[in-house]
Structures are given as structure tokens and as C-alpha cells.
Design a protein around this ligand. Structure first.
Ligand code: SER
Length: 312
């Protein structure tokens, strides 16, 4: 059967690039972009777009029926830093949108669901280095609590109702096409814009805060590949650890200085430092590599070069 895809959250950092990638793969008409606000002109002009509130179950169902949607990618969420400011709103959005989509799959109105989890599911009691797939998970942020809870519900819907839901724990994602919104890892994008604009950056995390990160192209590949894998290969139905890079602000600054030698960085940690401190520094993703063949392709210096070349 032909794939008809709905992306919820197509105006966001991941949604924008994912929409264009999937339109290339499945043709423009078969990939319906949606968001609560208009998307980039490239998304708006290349195929169908619908204004959609991910909290509105009925509105999602209408689009699913009208377009005969088979697969939903639910990319709408409130990220870590914003959700600390609006805890209940963050929880409501992140959970309600997930239930709205899982219930459509449970009722057999769609065939397959992609829902992203995050490194934020881990907390201060989790082993920080090479965090394993199965480990202590006591998230300390609203965003992390919503993602961990979401993982439990995904697995539950799979086991209890046979829902084909697939998920990965994204690290911080770095891209130049669409700005990120409200995450703790956003410094790793801001730094490039500031380095190019005025050769200096004040970082909201301290120099030594290492976090798991990934360039967007690798994240899109992971997303598409986990969805293409035969169902029996997806043995984990909560969410897979996924890794590519691990660096701290000082190391990223050094990589940038290879291209912009007079770039300087200083540090003024704010409330996001506590969020970052509760997260792993690096992730063990051996299970994803074994189960469905995940591999990354872009290392730190390659990413730095791509970012600078494209933002200039
Ligand atoms: N990049 C996200 C954040 O900082 C983590 O999933 O919130």
C-alpha cells in the first residue's frame, strides 16, 4: 500500500528537514506537513500543509481521514528549557499529543507512529558516561518526565494493542536550516551564529559541560531508517539510545577556532546549567546499531565545517 505521511510539528527544527526529506522519498503530495503555525516557505510551497493543534484529537483524526494517512511522525513538543518555565503546559502538550496519535493507531486508523524521545529521560542518578540502553532513569525535568512517561506508554500500546510505534532518544541536534526552540542543547547552534556574526559568544553552560550531540542529517537518517526497518527488528518499543558526538562548549569552540581563529567564548551559566548537569555526557547506542543497523557519519570537525560553510 502507498505511504501517506502526516508530520505534526513540521515548522520545528526537526520537522522542517524531515518533511523535505520524506517528500523527496515518497513524493510531495504524499507527505502532509502540519503545525500550529506556518512552516518555512520551502515546506509551505512544496506540498500539502495544514494548520493543526497537536492537542486536538478530532482535528488530527480529520486530517488522517481526509488524506488517508498511514504513518504519523509526531514532532511537536515543548523542549526542556521552555517546559521548566511552563511545567503544566509542557506536560499537557507532550502527553496529550502522544495519546492523540497512539489512540489513532490503537483504533487502526493509522499503521505506524514515530515519536521522538530524548537523552532527557535520564537523570542525575544515571551513569553519565556511555549511558547504557537499560539503566537508572530518574529524570529531573518536566520535559524528561514527559519523555520517560511517553516511552512507557509507547511500549504499553505496542504490547497491549499491537501498535507499531518506534522511537529514538535524540541527543542535542545541530542544524543550520531551522532554528531550535527552547532546548538546553541550543547553545551548540547559537554559538555558530554568534561566531560568524561577531566572533564572540557568551555560553549559557559552563566550559566543561559535555553532552551527547548529533548533526541533523544523521538524526534524519536514523528517523527514516528506524521507520523503514522490518517490525521484527525493532525489539525495543520504548526508545533506542542513539549517539554520534559528545563534546563540551570548550571543545566546540576549539573546533570553530580552526575556521575562525579570533573567535572567543566566555561562560555565564544560567538555569539551563542544572538541566545539562542532570543529563548524560555520552551515550552507548550499541543496541540500535545491532538491532536495525544505525550508524552515524558526521564527526565534530565535519559538522563544524558544514555549519560554518552554510551559515556564512
Ligand atoms: N535538545 C533537547 C533539549 O535540549 C533534548 O532533547 O531540550
Amino acid at each position: 500500500m502507498e505511504k501517506r505521511i502526516l508530520i505534526i510539528g513540521a515548522s520545528g527544527q526537526i520537522g522542517n528537514e524531515l518533511t523535505m526529506y520524506l517528500r523527496n522519498m515518497y513524493s510531495n503530495q504524499n507527505v502532509i506537513a502540519s503545525d500550529i503555525r506556518e512552516a518555512s516557505s520551502i515546506v509551505m510551497e512544496s506540498g500539502p500543509f495544514e494548520i493543526l493543534d497537536a492537542m486536538n484529537a478530532k482535528a488530527i483524526e480529520e486530517i488522517v481521514t481526509n488524506y488517508k494517512i498511514t504513518d504519523v511522525y509526531l514532532m511537536a513538543a515543548m523542549l526542556s528549557a521552555t517546559a521548566e518555565k511552563y511545567p503544566i503546559k509542557g506536560w499537557d502538550l507532550n502527553m496529550t499529543s502522544l495519546f492523540n496519535v497512539l489512540n489513532l493507531a490503537k483504533d487502526k486508523k493509522i499503521e505506524k507512529v514515530f515519536w521522538p524521545s530524548s537523552i532527557a529521560v535520564f537523570g542525575p542518578t544515571t551513569p553519565k558516561i556511555n549511558t547504557p540502553q537499560h539503566t537508572i532513569m530518574e529524570p529531573a525535568t518536566v520535559y524528561g518526565i514527559s519523555k520517560q512517561t511517553g516511552e512507557r506508554w509507547c511500549e504499553y500500546y505496542h504490547k497491549r494493542y499491537g501498535v507499531d510505534v518506534r522511537s529514538i532518544r535524540y541527543p542535542g541536534l545541530i542544524s543550520y536550516k531551522t532554528p531550535p526552540g527552547g532546548g538546553t542543547t541550543d547553545y551548540a547552534i547559537e554559538i555558530f551564529h554568534k561566531a560568524i556574526e561577531n566572533k564572540k559568544y557568551t555560553c549559557f553552560l559552563n566550559a566543561q559541560t559535555a553532552l551527547p550531540m548529533m548533526f541533523m542529517d544523521d538524526a534524519i537518517n536514523a528517523t527514516v531508517n528506524i521507520m523503514l526497518a522490518p517490525p521484527q527488528k525493532i525489539k525495543i518499543r520504548n526508545a533506542y539510545n542513539l549517539a554520534a558526538l559528545s563534546f563540551n562548549p570548550q571543545e566546540l569552540a576549539a573546533s570553530i577556532q580552526k575556521h575562525i581563529p579570533d573567535f572567543t567564548i566566555n561562560y555565564k551559566p544560567d538555569f539551563r546549567q542544572a538541566i545539562a548537569d542532570s543529563w548524560p555526557a555520552s551515550i552507548d547506542d550499541a543496541v540500535a546499531r545491532k538491532d536495525w543497523g544505525w550508524q552515524h557519519t558526521i564527526d565534530l570537525d565535519k559538522m563544524t565545517k558544514i555549519m560554518i560553510d552554510n551559515l556564512k
